[in-house]
Design a protein around this ligand. Structure first.
Ligand code: TZD
Ligand code: CA
Length: 528
């Protein structure tokens, strides 16, 4: 008779979850001791890094990823990172080891008291099975729940004495279960949307991360081309849904209410696809929409549709809907949009490299299909003005703004994408929250390139101190960090540069090296 452990591993294999991102403790050892040879364990040294590595992996594969953490303390360490996974809709199956079932109530060391509620505000679903026999079914429920539309992370706590128990014979049915989804908009609904788009004088498209996640980028281009309409990326973007050098591309919408509606002034129909309406950030009150505008919202997340404060929402799959709209809409005879001109000129004067100049050098030297994981928080405008992103899955940013995602997610993304170069663009503040992922990159020889933008400050907070009028506050600067020595301590090759030509030389050799490399770049900071 098979054990709970054996059936669970069979189930994970059947669902393609043979990579385990983890950091173990005593509660997890009985699970790990049963791990079959065709599984691989990727050790991370801090649970925030473990979670974000798994997230980066899942973002690239588009599939679920499996995480194994230690009890409440390990789970707690991962919770900050988990805030990003919620808003990136990452189907992470997060598990944690629990103390022996009969002792949890005594609150012995390492018992995860009330484990089912620990992650509740963040995860889509959370459980501790009520008995050992129900562990495989609970794990199956967790995986299918994570992957249902409105994807998101789930959590399962398993007492460690459950793994050796006999699994009921009927659990074998779990292995070949499938959960299919089929809802698409009706012909009538598509027809109404087409009428609206064709009847618009000046339509605009606003695209969000789900367009990229659902591989709908080319459908978005077709729709924009047929409508001859401008395209913005929805505010606070965590992915890039549209080619940044396409004539329709207008950049990222500002993340304040008044600024956003002012940017869309003059448009009568605004079609938002694959984004919440909206992920505002800075509080700039005002009117949600410009005069005379109607907003139509297409999302695959029922929660996004329900909580939006305005707009007509349709809950539907993104790629199928965009495809249907792009195929059915009559091409417009509005004027063609002009091709974008040259990239804005860049130069660096004095000590250090201007961030826009750095991005121009990255663009000029990196492969065209490189994957960028960005966690440099004061350089967004420079990034979007200098980069040429055209392929699906080229850009990731922490979806909830929780720092500590970027560096580990770049490592996880590179593990998932051996044929694309992954480049982490990480601020000298942000790097510290996920720095231990460097060790994982070295240990498993994951050839990611991490570029540290070292300006010695929490630049974005300096920007906010201007917006909020808070002036000079404590805790704004991070001088005196030597990332070259830190990286070498973890076993990663590293270089420090402060001149554009040196960066280009070092970057080219890193691209050729096929090994994890960190480049610390002295950058300049201009008050945003
Ligand atoms: N802690 C966590 C986990 N997430 C956060 N978002 C913050 C703190 C607050 N925070 C920001 O929102 S941006 C920022 C902090 C500390 C500065 C990051 O500095 P950086 O990048 O060096 O990475 P810039 O370009 O200098 O802003
Ligand atoms: Ca900084």
């Amino acid at each position: 008779m098979a054990t709970v452990s054996e059936v669970t591993y069979d189930l994970l294999r059947a669902r393609g979850l043979t990579t385990v991102f983890g950091n173990p403790g005593s509660n997890e050892l009985p699970f790990l001791s049963g791990m079959p040879d065709d599984f691989r364990y990727i050790l991370g040294l801090h649970e925030g890094a473990v979670l974000s590595m798994a997230d980066g992996y899942s973002l690239v594969t588009g599939e679920a990823a499996f995480v194994n953490l230690h009890a409440a303390s390990g789970s707690g360490n991962a919770m900050g990172a988990l805030t990003n996974s919620v808003y990136s809709h990452s189907p992470l199956v997060v598990t944690a080891g629990q103390q022996v079932r009969s002792t949890i109530g005594q609150e012995v060391m390492l018992s995860n008291v009330d484990a089912g509620t620990l992650m509740k505000p963040l995860v889509k679903w959370s459980s501790e099975p009520t008995c050992p026999e129900d562990v495989p079914r609970t794990m199956s429920q967790a995986i299918h729940t994570a992957l249902q539309p409105g994807r998101g992370p789930v959590y399962v706590s398993v007492p460690y004495d459950d793994w050796a128990a006999d699994a009921p014979s009927e659990t074998a049915h779990l292995l070949d279960r499938e959960v299919h989804g089929a809802a698409v908009l009706s012909e009538n609904q598509i027809g109404n949307l087409i009428d609206l788009l064709e009847g618009a004088t000046n339509p605009a498209l606003v695209l969000g991360p789900a367009v990229d996640a659902d591989h709908a980028n080319t459908h978005a281009v077709e729709l924009a081309d047929k409508l001859r309409a401008p395209v913005w990326i929805a505010p606070s973007p965590s992915r890039c849904p549209f080619p940044t050098r396409h004539p329709s591309f207008r950049g990222v919408l500002p993340a304040g209410v008044a600024d956003l509606s002012a940017t869309l002034a003059g448009h009568d129909v605004i079609l938002v696809v694959g984004a919440p309406v909206f992920r505002y950030h800075q509080y700039v009150p005002g009117r949600y929409l410009p005069d005379g505008a109607r907003l139509i919202h297409i999302t695959d997340d029922p929660g996004e549709a329900a909580r939006a404060p305005f707009g007509q929402a349709y809950v539907a799959p993104i790629a199928a809907t965009l495809d249907a709209l792009a195929s059915a809409v009559t091409p417009s005879n509005r004027a063609l949009l002009p091709h974008p001109g040259e990239f804005p000129a860049v130069e660096s004067t004095g000590a250090g490299i201007d961030p826009a100049h750095l991005f121009a050098l990255v663009r000029a030297n990196a492969p065209h299909d490189a994957v960028y994981v960005n966690e440099s928080t004061s350089t967004g405008d420079a990034f979007w003005s200098q980069m040429d992103l055209s392929q699906q899955g080229s850009y990731f940013f922490p979806a909830s703004g929780g720092l500590g995602f970027g560096l580990p997610a770049a490592v996880g993304a590179q593990l998932a994408a051996p044929h694309r170069q992954v480049i982490g663009l990480i601020g000298d503040g942000s790097a510290n929250y996920g720095i231990t992922a460097l060790w994982t990159a070295a240990r498993y020889r994951i050839p990611v390139i991490i570029i540290i933008l070292k300006n010695g400050t929490y630049g974005a907070l300096r920007g906010f101190s201007t917006i909020l009028g808070t002036g000079e506050t404590p805790g704004l600067d991070v001088p005196g960090i030597d990332f070259v020595r830190i990286a070498e301590g973890y076993g990663v090759h590293s270089h420090a540069v402060d001149a554009p030509e040196d960066f280009a030389t070092v970057f080219k050799s890193a691209l050729a090296a096929g090994e994890p490399t960190l480049i610390e770049v002295q950058t300049t900071f201009g008050q945003p």
